[in-house]
Design a protein. Structure first.
Length: 216
């Protein structure tokens, strides 16, 4: 085979692979950061204007990092708190009474803050309940999550259920309130949301629906 043809045979696959890698890199750069809102929830009503927006990045690299998405509150850029390691993002923000738009990267949600001269919230937008303060004060992320230091920031692990709940809720209290032995239901997240819910008691759904999962 002449040299010029031999070189062409080698260069063609290299050019093809190079073009593929370049296209892949461009696609990855253009691909939006995947975000899951933890708090607040979309189409919910809040009774206070000062809140902590909490998100989780659902797509990170092998080192556990992703590009930091921009946080906008009603179109105004806000700064993320430099407390938590990715994939958790948090920011203390002040919302306005009435309708608010929260945008993180390409993910958006709407929340309504009651108070002042604000009109009634849109129909079906339930009030969002959070865990009330305990005898030791307001709960923090570290009250319920496993935590370790990572490059000067807090890396949150899984929620320590039920041990975190047991610090404040005794077995006797549980059985008196639920009319049910604790052991089959000791994983509190079977029925309760950990961060917030539009149903009192931080329930995931109506009590009858929850009971029907196990009982006819």
């Amino acid at each position: 085979m002449p040299v010029r043809y031999y070189c062409a045979v080698l260069l063609f696959p290299l050019a093809f692979v190079g073009g593929f890698v370049k296209a892949l890199s461009i696609r990855e750069m253009a691909e939006p950061v995947a975000v899951k809102f933890i708090f607040p929830q979309n189409h919910s009503t809040l009774s206070r204007s000062e809140v902590t927006v909490i998100c989780m990045l659902t797509r990170v690299d092998s080192q556990g990092h992703s590009s930091l998405p921009e946080l906008l509150i009603n179109g105004s850029v806000q700064s993320w708190d430099e407390i938590f390691a990715q994939p958790v993002l948090a920011a203390h923000v002040r919302l306005t009474t009435g309708l608010n738009a929260v945008k993180v990267g390409n993910a958006t949600l709407s929340v309504y803050v009651k108070g002042g001269s604000a009109k009634e919230p849109p129909k079906g937008w339930g009030e969002l309940y959070s865990h009330p303060p305990t005898a030791k004060g307001q709960l923090q992320c570290t009250s319920c999550h496993a935590v370790e230091k990572q490059n000067g920031r807090l890396a949150l692990g899984k929620a320590l259920v039920p041990s975190a709940c047991d610090k404040c809720h005794s077995e006797l209290e549980f059985e008196l309130k639920h009319h049910h032995p604790k052991q089959p239901m000791e994983q509190c997240t079977m029925c309760h949301s950990t961060h917030a819910s539009s149903i009192k008691g931080l329930l995931k759904s109506a009590p009858k629906q929850l009971c029907a999962r196990c009982h006819d």
